[in-house]
Design a protein around this ligand. Structure first.
Ligand code: MN
Length: 368
């Protein structure tokens, strides 16, 4: 079983890709319909072979972890190089495979990313301050070279957080704390809002299980009432935009539990104050339509003084763009509105990852 073969395992005649990798290939193809997935299937074979004798604390075979991380990366729309690197991200650290093997088989790009992730993995510090500052600094250094390293690292953390229950309690807490202190802010920094919120909610459930359950319960209890009101607002906005011939996707904004908790604890607000505040999002085709939609909404409902923000003309530091306004909606209730184009929306949700996935630029040379 433990015999080391002289021939590198992935240099054997290549077999048809295992069924296990098919969903990953499909996720890649969803964003890159014409691309060849060969590098991904080969990276899978190599990783599966290298990790074949390892199991995770949860009891599943180790390859499930790099597969899941690669899947998160693929769903973000990244290319085959990044997905291959995600599949191999623990191979150099944890198996007999060397960085030279990766370079020889997959080229310097994949190897460079795997090396970056491996180096981040090795950073360990005693004090929390040292840990935070140094890790952040290392990450930023790595980011300057290649943001794909950080996207894989965040995806790695997201999968580890979702399988955290298998760990001893003290370790769970340490990892969750680190996720809130370092990784969620990093995701925010990179403009990866969706990643940030998922990390925060998973960490929240670990750090404050009772509060999490409580808020989760309050949210479910109040949801039907809120949904009714939201449906009325959405209907109104859709109707008005249709009259103006503005093609728009109008949806409600989901609340994430950690932000409710934060507002209750940090700002001392009541649950109802936060939860009853309905948020909607209007996605249109052009910038011109953004302002037209805003005009229509302001003409319908009275805007709240001082709440209009034009992040289209003045983007945020992480390149976030959107129009924000708050209006007094039907029944005198406050409604928060975000208006943006589809492209701005991709960037708002997936940040730097959207940048790589959609522009097809050389990430090393064109960092936002
Ligand atoms: Mn990992």
């Amino acid at each position: 079983m433990a015999t080391v073969t002289r021939v590198l395992p992935w240099r054997r005649n290549s077999q048809p890709p295992a069924e296990e990798v098919a969903p990953l290939v499909a996720a890649f193809r969803a964003h890159h319909p014409k691309a060849n997935p060969l590098m991904i299937t080969r990276a899978y074979e190599v990783a599966a072979q290298a990790h074949r004798q390892q199991v995770r604390t949860s009891g599943e075979s180790y390859i499930q972890h790099p597969l899941a991380v690669a899947r998160i990366v693929a769903d973000l729309g990244l290319d085959d190089i990044t997905i291959a690197a995600a599949l191999l991200h623990d191979a150099v650290e944890d198996t007999h495979i060397t960085l030279d093997d990766v370079t020889a088989e997959f080229g310097p790009d994949v190897a460079g990313i795997v090396d970056g992730v491996t180096k981040l993995e090795r950073i360990q510090f005693d004090s929390k301050e040292a840990q935070q500052a140094a890790t952040m600094r290392k990450m930023l250094v790595a980011m300057a070279k290649d943001a794909r390293v950080l996207i894989i690292k965040l995806s790695d953390r997201l999968h580890n957080m979702s399988t955290l229950a298998a760990m001893p309690a003290a370790k769970q807490e340490r990892i969750a704390r680190e996720t809130i202190d370092i990784y969620a802010p990093l995701a925010h920094r990179l403009g990866m809002q969706d990643m940030k919120q998922q990390l925060e909610d998973l960490a929240f459930a670990t750090l404050h299980p009772k509060r999490y359950a409580e808020i989760d319960h309050m949210v479910s209890a109040r949801t039907p009432e809120r949904e009714l009101y939201l449906a009325q607002v959405l209907e109104d906005v859709r109707g008005r935009l249709a009259e103006l011939h503005i093609a728009a996707d109008v949806t409600g904004r989901p609340k994430h539990l950690w932000s409710i908790y934060e507002k209750m604890v940090v700002k001392g607000k009541e649950f109802s104050e936060i939860f009853d505040l309905v948020g909607i999002r209007v996605i249109v085709e052009t910038v011109k339509d953004c302002y037209a939609a805003l005009g229509s909404i302001h003409a319908t409902w009275k805007p709240v003084q001082g709440r209009f923000k034009d992040y289209i003309a003045m983007p945020k530091f992480n390149l976030y763009q959107s129009l924000h306004t708050t209006v007094i909606g039907p029944g005198g209730k406050t409604v928060e509105v975000q208006i943006r184009t589809r492209e701005m929306h991709q960037r708002a949700e997936y940040g730097v990852a959207a940048h790589f996935g959609y522009k097809g630029v050389d990430p090393a040379s064109d960092m936002p």
